[in-house]
Write a protein that binds this ligand. Structure first.
Ligand SMILES: C[C@@]1(CC(=O)O)c2cc3[nH]c(cc4nc(cc5[nH]c(cc(n2)[C@H]1CCC(=O)O)[C@@](C)(CC(=O)O)[C@@H]5CCC(=O)O)C(CC(=O)O)=C4CCC(=O)O)c(CCC(=O)O)c3CC(=O)O
Ligand SMILES: NC(=O)C1=CN([C@@H]2O[C@H](COP(=O)(O)OP(=O)(O)OC[C@H]3O[C@@H](n4cnc5c(N)ncnc54)[C@H](O)[C@@H]3O)[C@@H](O)[C@H]2O)C=CC1
Length: 189
């Protein structure tokens, strides 16, 4: 297995997205929603990206890519429509950065699955690059099964589990109680 799913806290993480088109806009949205500080490097922007610049959601450097744009970046997305530029971005990335190259994922070290969020509950589907459209279909099917009420139940479970954390049960009894909690909340599924 060459890729594993991770849940990463991106708050305050510096990210640089190269390119200002439709795919860049998708990545910028995802990163910004997770609280990352995003800078876009591109000579132009699609309207949705420009809007975000105007209201201060993310930064824009109006220019073509240069390796020095990657200084301090932890997450780097090469999202131009120019394969050669995307390749240069991948090569210039600092060794500890997370890099996503949208037209050739093998040049980077992560790619992006389709996701579904219901409160604390996250479901992600990846096909190893075989078919993002298939991944989306599976997500849409699962979205019907795991609706908003599922997220509420997960939250309920979390609250109960936190309350139990401070109690003095022995480990075995604790596990049993946790199992029972899951049963009692989800037995109607
Ligand atoms: C490997 C990966 C790397 C990465 O980008 O992280 C990758 C790679 C590539 N995608 C391509 C094409 C398309 N991708 C989409 C859509 C999505 N692609 C996404 C993820 C991933 N795409 C990663 C693997 C995920 C997995 O394992 O399943 C999603 C989930 C997330 C997102 O991108 O936000 C998002 C779902 C949006 C949603 O939520 O519905 C559409 C449809 C559309 O845009 O509507 C098309 C056109 C139709 C088609 O070609 O299938 C091409 C060819 C480009 C070209 O033609 O040049 C490559 C390059 C290659 O395959 O080498
Ligand atoms: N991973 C995925 O989900 C998908 C990936 N793709 C790939 O993504 C690429 C980008 O797609 P779109 O966003 O639709 O393209 P687009 O043409 O809308 O946007 C490309 C952007 O890159 C900028 N750019 C070009 N050269 C640059 C440079 N040297 N430095 C900085 N910015 C530069 C352009 O000015 C433009 O803003 C496509 O070429 C395709 O191969 C396409 C569909 C889905």
């Amino acid at each position: 297995m060459t890729h594993i799913p991770l849940m990463v806290d991106l708050r305050s993480c510096i990210s640089v997205v190269i390119g200002g088109g439709r795919i860049a806009a998708r990545r910028v949205g995802t990163l910004c929603d997770a609280g990352a500080k995003v800078t876009i490097i591109s000579p132009d922007l699609v309207p949705s990206l420009l809007e975000g610049v105007q209201i201060g959601k993310w930064q824009w450097k109006r220019k073509y890519f240069e390796p020095s744009d990657l200084e301090n970046a932890f997450i780097i997305v090469a999202a131009t429509d120019d394969t050669a530029t995307n390749r240069v971005v991948a090569q210039a990335a600092p060794p500890h950065a997370l890099v996503n190259v949208v037209d050739d994922p093998s040049l980077g070290n992560f790619h992006v699955p389709v996701s579904l969020k219901r409160g604390r509950f996250t479901l992600s589907v990846a096909t190893g690059g075989a078919s993002p459209i298939l991944a989306r279909r599976i997500r849409d099917e699962l979205a019907r099964q795991y609706d908003e009420s599922f997220g509420e139940k997960v939250e309920q479970l979390y609250q109960l589990r936190m309350a139990l954390k401070s109690s003095e049960d022995d480990p075995e009894a604790r596990l049993k109680r946790l199992e029972n909690m899951v049963d009692s909340i989800f037995d109607n599924e």
